[in-house]
Design a protein around this ligand. Sequence first.
Ligand code: 5RP
Length: 234
Amino acid sequence: MTADPVKLMKQEVGKAAASRVTSGQIVGLGTGSTTAYAIQFLGDRLKSGELKDIVGIPTSFQAEVLAKEYGIPLTTLDACDRIDIAIDGADEVDPQKNLIKGGGAAHTREKVVDYLAQKFIVVVDGGKLVDRLGSSFLLPVEVIPMAIAPVMRALEGLGGKVQLRMGVKKAGPVVTDQGNLVVDVKFESLGDPVGLERKINNIPGVLENGLFVNCVDVVLIGEIKDGKPIVREM
Ligand code: 5RP
Protein backbone atom coordinates (compact mmCIF):
# COMPACT_ATOMS: atom_id res chain seq x y z
CA MET A 1 0.00 0.00 0.00
CA THR A 2 1.38 3.47 -0.93
CA ALA A 3 1.57 6.02 1.91
CA ASP A 4 -0.70 9.06 1.66
CA PRO A 5 1.52 11.83 0.12
CA VAL A 6 -0.24 14.65 2.01
CA LYS A 7 0.37 12.83 5.30
CA LEU A 8 4.04 12.32 4.37
CA MET A 9 4.45 16.04 3.58
CA LYS A 10 2.81 17.03 6.86
CA GLN A 11 4.99 14.62 8.84
CA GLU A 12 8.22 15.87 7.29
CA VAL A 13 7.41 19.53 7.68
CA GLY A 14 6.23 18.99 11.27
CA LYS A 15 9.49 17.22 12.03
CA ALA A 16 11.55 19.99 10.38
CA ALA A 17 9.86 22.64 12.52
CA ALA A 18 10.23 20.61 15.73
CA SER A 19 13.95 20.21 15.01
CA ARG A 20 14.38 24.01 15.19
CA VAL A 21 13.34 24.10 18.85
CA THR A 22 16.23 24.23 21.32
CA SER A 23 16.48 23.29 25.01
CA GLY A 24 15.00 25.73 27.52
CA GLN A 25 12.59 27.36 25.07
CA ILE A 26 8.98 28.31 25.68
CA VAL A 27 7.12 26.95 22.66
CA GLY A 28 3.73 28.00 21.24
CA LEU A 29 1.95 24.83 20.18
CA GLY A 30 -0.36 25.39 17.21
CA THR A 31 -3.47 23.53 16.15
CA GLY A 32 -4.27 21.22 13.24
CA SER A 33 -3.06 18.02 11.62
CA THR A 34 0.35 19.38 10.49
CA THR A 35 1.25 20.91 13.85
CA ALA A 36 0.16 17.67 15.50
CA TYR A 37 3.24 16.02 13.92
CA ALA A 38 5.47 18.82 15.23
CA ILE A 39 4.08 18.25 18.74
CA GLN A 40 4.67 14.51 18.37
CA PHE A 41 8.32 15.03 17.27
CA LEU A 42 8.93 17.51 20.08
CA GLY A 43 7.74 14.80 22.48
CA ASP A 44 10.08 12.28 20.81
CA ARG A 45 13.05 14.65 21.17
CA LEU A 46 12.24 15.18 24.85
CA LYS A 47 11.92 11.45 25.44
CA SER A 48 15.27 10.72 23.78
CA GLY A 49 16.97 13.37 25.95
CA GLU A 50 18.11 15.34 22.88
CA LEU A 51 15.90 18.24 24.01
CA LYS A 52 15.53 19.41 27.62
CA ASP A 53 13.46 21.83 29.70
CA ILE A 54 11.01 23.08 27.10
CA VAL A 55 7.49 24.12 28.06
CA GLY A 56 4.56 24.48 25.71
CA ILE A 57 1.74 27.01 25.50
CA PRO A 58 -1.17 25.34 23.69
CA THR A 59 -3.38 27.24 21.25
CA SER A 60 -6.38 24.93 21.66
CA PHE A 61 -7.92 22.05 23.53
CA GLN A 62 -6.54 19.80 20.77
CA ALA A 63 -2.97 21.07 21.22
CA GLU A 64 -3.25 20.65 24.99
CA VAL A 65 -4.42 17.03 24.67
CA LEU A 66 -1.61 16.20 22.21
CA ALA A 67 1.05 17.87 24.36
CA LYS A 68 -0.06 15.82 27.37
CA GLU A 69 -0.10 12.65 25.26
CA TYR A 70 3.48 13.26 24.05
CA GLY A 71 4.85 14.34 27.43
CA ILE A 72 5.40 18.06 26.79
CA PRO A 73 5.06 20.09 30.03
CA LEU A 74 2.64 23.01 29.67
CA THR A 75 2.44 26.53 31.00
CA THR A 76 0.18 29.55 30.54
CA LEU A 77 0.60 33.17 29.51
CA ASP A 78 -0.03 34.16 33.13
CA ALA A 79 3.04 32.24 34.22
CA CYS A 80 5.59 33.36 31.63
CA ASP A 81 6.58 36.63 30.06
CA ARG A 82 7.74 35.44 26.65
CA ILE A 83 7.27 32.85 23.94
CA ASP A 84 10.50 31.97 22.18
CA ILE A 85 9.11 30.11 19.21
CA ALA A 86 5.67 29.14 17.92
CA ILE A 87 4.89 26.43 15.39
CA ASP A 88 1.51 26.53 13.68
CA GLY A 89 -0.27 25.45 10.51
CA ALA A 90 -2.21 27.54 8.02
CA ASP A 91 -5.03 27.16 5.53
CA GLU A 92 -3.55 29.54 2.95
CA VAL A 93 -0.16 31.27 2.60
CA ASP A 94 0.45 34.10 0.11
CA PRO A 95 3.82 35.16 -1.35
CA GLN A 96 4.19 37.87 1.35
CA LYS A 97 3.86 35.13 4.03
CA ASN A 98 0.42 36.38 5.08
CA LEU A 99 -2.02 33.69 6.15
CA ILE A 100 -5.59 32.61 6.45
CA LYS A 101 -6.03 30.45 9.54
CA GLY A 102 -8.98 29.11 11.48
CA GLY A 103 -9.79 25.88 9.67
CA GLY A 104 -9.90 24.31 13.11
CA ALA A 105 -11.76 27.28 14.65
CA ALA A 106 -8.76 27.97 16.88
CA HIS A 107 -7.51 31.18 15.24
CA THR A 108 -8.22 33.47 18.21
CA ARG A 109 -5.92 31.69 20.63
CA GLU A 110 -3.51 30.93 17.80
CA LYS A 111 -3.23 34.63 17.02
CA VAL A 112 -2.51 35.49 20.65
CA VAL A 113 0.26 32.90 20.91
CA ASP A 114 1.73 33.19 17.39
CA TYR A 115 1.92 37.01 17.51
CA LEU A 116 3.67 36.94 20.90
CA ALA A 117 6.34 34.52 19.71
CA GLN A 118 9.80 35.88 18.99
CA LYS A 119 9.93 33.43 16.08
CA PHE A 120 6.77 32.22 14.35
CA ILE A 121 7.24 29.19 12.10
CA VAL A 122 4.39 28.17 9.80
CA VAL A 123 4.18 24.56 8.64
CA VAL A 124 2.19 23.71 5.52
CA ASP A 125 2.07 21.28 2.64
CA GLY A 126 2.53 22.72 -0.84
CA GLY A 127 -1.23 22.73 -1.47
CA LYS A 128 -1.66 25.68 0.92
CA LEU A 129 0.31 28.16 -1.22
CA VAL A 130 -1.83 30.72 -3.09
CA ASP A 131 -1.13 33.85 -5.13
CA ARG A 132 -3.85 35.75 -3.29
CA LEU A 133 -5.51 35.03 0.08
CA GLY A 134 -9.13 33.90 -0.16
CA SER A 135 -8.56 32.06 -3.46
CA SER A 136 -9.59 28.70 -2.12
CA PHE A 137 -10.39 29.09 1.59
CA LEU A 138 -13.14 31.13 3.20
CA LEU A 139 -12.11 33.58 5.92
CA PRO A 140 -13.07 32.36 9.42
CA VAL A 141 -14.41 34.92 11.91
CA GLU A 142 -15.12 34.10 15.58
CA VAL A 143 -18.23 35.84 16.88
CA ILE A 144 -19.83 36.01 20.32
CA PRO A 145 -23.20 34.21 20.09
CA MET A 146 -25.53 37.11 21.02
CA ALA A 147 -24.08 39.22 18.20
CA ILE A 148 -24.24 36.63 15.42
CA ALA A 149 -27.07 38.29 13.42
CA PRO A 150 -25.70 41.87 13.35
CA VAL A 151 -22.16 40.62 12.71
CA MET A 152 -23.32 38.53 9.73
CA ARG A 153 -25.13 41.59 8.33
CA ALA A 154 -22.06 43.79 8.88
CA LEU A 155 -19.82 41.27 7.09
CA GLU A 156 -22.28 41.23 4.18
CA GLY A 157 -22.02 45.03 4.23
CA LEU A 158 -18.26 44.63 3.68
CA GLY A 159 -19.05 42.59 0.55
CA GLY A 160 -18.77 39.11 2.05
CA LYS A 161 -20.92 36.04 1.50
CA VAL A 162 -21.33 34.67 4.99
CA GLN A 163 -22.13 31.21 6.32
CA LEU A 164 -22.38 29.95 9.88
CA ARG A 165 -19.97 27.03 10.37
CA MET A 166 -21.89 23.88 11.24
CA GLY A 167 -20.61 20.95 13.29
CA VAL A 168 -19.66 17.54 11.95
CA LYS A 169 -21.05 14.64 14.00
CA LYS A 170 -22.81 17.33 16.07
CA ALA A 171 -26.18 18.90 15.33
CA GLY A 172 -25.98 22.68 15.18
CA PRO A 173 -23.08 25.11 14.86
CA VAL A 174 -19.40 24.71 15.70
CA VAL A 175 -18.69 26.11 19.17
CA THR A 176 -15.11 27.32 19.76
CA ASP A 177 -12.90 26.61 22.78
CA GLN A 178 -14.11 30.00 24.07
CA GLY A 179 -17.82 29.08 23.65
CA ASN A 180 -18.34 31.27 20.58
CA LEU A 181 -19.54 30.73 17.00
CA VAL A 182 -17.62 30.86 13.72
CA VAL A 183 -18.73 32.25 10.38
CA ASP A 184 -16.85 31.60 7.15
CA VAL A 185 -16.78 34.51 4.72
CA LYS A 186 -16.14 34.57 0.98
CA PHE A 187 -14.83 37.91 -0.30
CA GLU A 188 -14.64 38.46 -4.06
CA SER A 189 -11.34 40.26 -3.64
CA LEU A 190 -9.08 40.02 -0.64
CA GLY A 191 -6.53 42.49 -2.02
CA ASP A 192 -5.96 44.48 1.19
CA PRO A 193 -5.52 41.95 4.02
CA VAL A 194 -4.17 44.60 6.45
CA GLY A 195 -7.23 46.85 6.00
CA LEU A 196 -9.71 43.99 5.98
CA GLU A 197 -8.28 42.44 9.15
CA ARG A 198 -8.83 45.76 10.97
CA LYS A 199 -12.27 46.43 9.50
CA ILE A 200 -13.58 43.01 10.50
CA ASN A 201 -12.18 43.22 14.01
CA ASN A 202 -13.83 46.63 14.42
CA ILE A 203 -17.31 45.12 14.08
CA PRO A 204 -18.79 44.91 17.61
CA GLY A 205 -19.27 41.26 18.53
CA VAL A 206 -16.33 39.98 16.46
CA LEU A 207 -13.71 38.36 18.65
CA GLU A 208 -11.07 37.68 15.99
CA ASN A 209 -10.67 36.87 12.31
CA GLY A 210 -8.34 34.42 10.60
CA LEU A 211 -6.15 36.91 8.69
CA PHE A 212 -2.58 36.74 10.01
CA VAL A 213 -0.68 39.64 8.44
CA ASN A 214 3.00 40.63 8.71
CA CYS A 215 3.65 38.26 11.59
CA VAL A 216 5.36 35.20 10.09
CA ASP A 217 9.12 34.68 10.31
CA VAL A 218 9.53 31.36 8.54
CA VAL A 219 7.29 29.26 6.28
CA LEU A 220 8.31 25.62 5.94
CA ILE A 221 6.69 23.83 3.01
CA GLY A 222 6.36 20.08 2.68
CA GLU A 223 6.48 18.82 -0.91
CA ILE A 224 6.90 15.58 -2.80
CA LYS A 225 9.91 15.49 -5.13
CA ASP A 226 10.86 12.39 -7.12
CA GLY A 227 8.37 10.45 -5.04
CA LYS A 228 9.96 11.52 -1.74
CA PRO A 229 8.81 14.10 0.85
CA ILE A 230 11.10 17.14 1.08
CA VAL A 231 10.92 20.39 3.05
CA ARG A 232 11.84 23.78 1.66
CA GLU A 233 11.83 27.20 3.26
CA MET A 234 9.87 29.99 1.57
C1 5RP B 1 -6.68 25.83 13.11
C2 5RP B 1 -5.74 26.28 12.06
C3 5RP B 1 -4.86 25.23 11.46
O1 5RP B 1 -3.55 25.55 11.72
C4 5RP B 1 -5.12 25.18 9.98
O2 5RP B 1 -6.49 24.89 9.77
C5 5RP B 1 -4.25 24.14 9.26
O3 5RP B 1 -4.61 22.86 9.69
P1 5RP B 1 -4.00 21.55 9.03
O4 5RP B 1 -2.56 21.51 9.38
O5 5RP B 1 -4.79 20.42 9.64
O6 5RP B 1 -4.23 21.63 7.54
O7 5RP B 1 -5.65 27.42 11.68
O8 5RP B 1 -7.52 26.87 13.51
